[in-house]
Design a protein around this ligand. Structure first.
Ligand code: ASP
Length: 415
């Protein structure tokens, strides 16, 4: 929307900037002690961004910096931040077509141009990229997850942060998939949308959009997050919990990364440490055949066998309680065992919103373990599905997929 300005690079998760001869302050944790990184550079008169970058690099290599604490923003207010908006569709930009709400090309951009708030000095410069076609998120597929990741990768160096405007229906899936695709991310990627379109008089779109832009511009979060209705959540922990209310999302097994009231408050103690490597180009498009199946009382071995037929490579089995399934149905357990023996990866996630799978807690869980099913611990079934997609689609062999599914790759699981 606005002209493009070149900005200094982000180095290893610390945003290094010099403005009017002053150096940006970055508070970091060094050996558990809060430490004003740039302040110490100032003391030693390291005035240039490249000198800071190289000194920071040495600290990072020596692993002295344990965790980036927060960046003091006030010091670089003089330079406008830049945020890239990937507009994929969803209610936020929809218009009433007579056949119900649907996205229309160019419509959101026109509305944004009319918003005086976006020209406020406190707002970042924004560049809007409207996708073609704009989608109701019910139409999203893994191909779109990959397109969004690739889009962010290609624009990574030129922006301070990214906002993905997305329909709410499958936003948790995209928010879960992106952290796997964006390995090495050190800048904020904030997904948001709304329950009521921006065009309506009463809406949640305006607040969600403006706050998401401010967070993406100003908070050095090295994570894919979802902002909605006053909560900032880790993307790969989210689920949509309300079809109608403005507080539509929660991350039941992980605390919010931030809450928004009078102030935008980030809880830095639960934010991931920035990775020490550069952002990797998202790998080839994800070609994987995976599925999710929710157990229900009376489920038959035959139904399960149909689901598990080749070419299925991975299944998220949504089980009861601590990860339990009927162990009196031998045929059902045999069906699972046959599938795992031929290399299908079956991950056990609980249907409960909170808590974790413990496959040894009950005989009904231990039977699954014996059939070769692996524990999804406290992962959401959504995160498990996108992780399976990512790992199988990246070409890992079945044994590697099994191993990596049981590791924490992007903050999706507590181990
Ligand atoms: N059906 C819409 C979508 O997911 C719902 C929304 O955006 O809230 O695209």
């Amino acid at each position: 929307m606005n002209s493009i300005r070149v900005i200094p690079p982000c180095f290893c998760g610390l945003q290094i900037r010099a403005s009017e001869g002053k150096i940006v302050l970055a508070k970091v944790l060094v050996n558990a002690k809060e430490f004003h990184l740039a302040a110490s550079f100032t003391d030693t008169n390291c005035a240039s961004p490249s000198a800071i970058a190289s000194a920071t690099s040495k600290l990072l290599q020596k692993r002295l910096i344990r965790k980036i604490w927060r960046t003091e923003l006030s010091t670089y207010r003089s330079e406008r931040r830049r945020v890239y908006i990937a507009y994929t569709g969803g209610t936020i930009g929809m218009t009433n077509t007579g056949e119900g709400y649907a996205p229309a090309p160019g419509f959101l951009e026109t509305r944004l141009r009319e918003m005086p708030e976006l020209r406020d000095a406190a707002m970042p410069e924004i560049v809007l990229h409207e996708y073609t076609p704009l989608l109701d998120s019910s139409n999203m597929t893994p191909r779109e997850w990959f397109t969004i990741a690739r889009d962010i990768f290609e624009n990574y160096d030129a922006f301070d942060g990214f906002v993905v405007l997305h329909g709410t229906d499958t936003m948790a899936y995209t928010a879960s998939a992106l952290p796997f695709l964006l390995q090495g991310l050190t800048k904020p990627v904030i997904l948001t949308g709304s329950q009521i379109p921006l065009v309506e008089l009463r809406n949640d779109a305006r607040e969600n959009l403006i706050t998401a832009l401010l967070i993406a511009a100003n908070q050095p979060l090295p994570e894919v997050c979802l902002y909605f209705g006053d909560k900032l959540l880790r993307g790969c922990r989210t689920v949509k919990v309300n079809a109608l209310g403005f507080g539509a999302f929660e991350s039941p097994n992980y605390p919010p990364l931030g809450t928004v009231g009078i102030d935008i408050q980030i809880d830095w103690s639960v934010v991931r440490a920035a990775p020490l490597r550069a952002l990797e180009m998202p790998r080839a498009e994800l070609n994987a055949t995976v599925a999710a199946l929710r157990l229900f009382p009376g489920i038959s071995a035959e139904l399960l066998r149909n689901v598990l037929q080749t070419p299925l490579q991975g299944l998220v089995l949504e089980t009861y309680g601590a990860g339990n399934a009927p162990n009196r149905d031998r045929a059902l357990l045999n069906t699972l065992a046959e599938a795992t023996q031929r290399g299908a990866v079956i991950v056990d996630c609980t249907q409960c919103l909170r808590g974790a799978v413990k496959l040894n807690a009950y005989a009904t869980g231990a039977a699954l373990l014996e059939a070769g099913v692996i524990s999804g611990a406290d992962m959401t079934p959504i995160a498990a599905l996108t992780k399976l997609h990512y790992l199988i689609g990246s070409g890992y062999a079945s044994e590697q997929v099994r191993a990596l599914m049981q590791q924490n790759l992007s903050g999706e699981v507590t181990l």
